[in-house]
Design a protein around this ligand. Structure first.
Ligand SMILES: [Zn+2]
Length: 79
């Protein structure tokens, strides 16, 4: 009977320890995916209509017919 009590106590301690570890892991998990989401929100990427290269929207040239990576491609497209 005494051994049953000790075994029960060990099981309870193990269960509490496991739950605590899972809670700590869950608390740490939402922080990991946050930085990439913030980066994409800051720099919006666009593709050049001529060569298809991706560049930040702030560096892109916006012509009459589309978005271009350089003045040469803007002229090439006639925009
Ligand atoms: Zn281009």
């Amino acid at each position: 009977m005494k051994y049953l009590l000790v075994m029960g106590l060990v099981l309870v301690v193990f269960w509490v320890w496991r739950n605590k570890r899972e809670a700590e892991r869950d608390a740490a998990a939402p922080r990991a995916p946050a930085p990439p989401q913030r980066e994409t929100a800051v720099t919006e990427m666009v593709a050049c209509d001529v060569c298809g290269v991706h560049l930040p929207k702030s560096e892109a040239l916006i012509g009459g017919r589309g978005i271009y990576c350089s003045d040469a491609h803007r002229r090439q497209a006639g925009g």
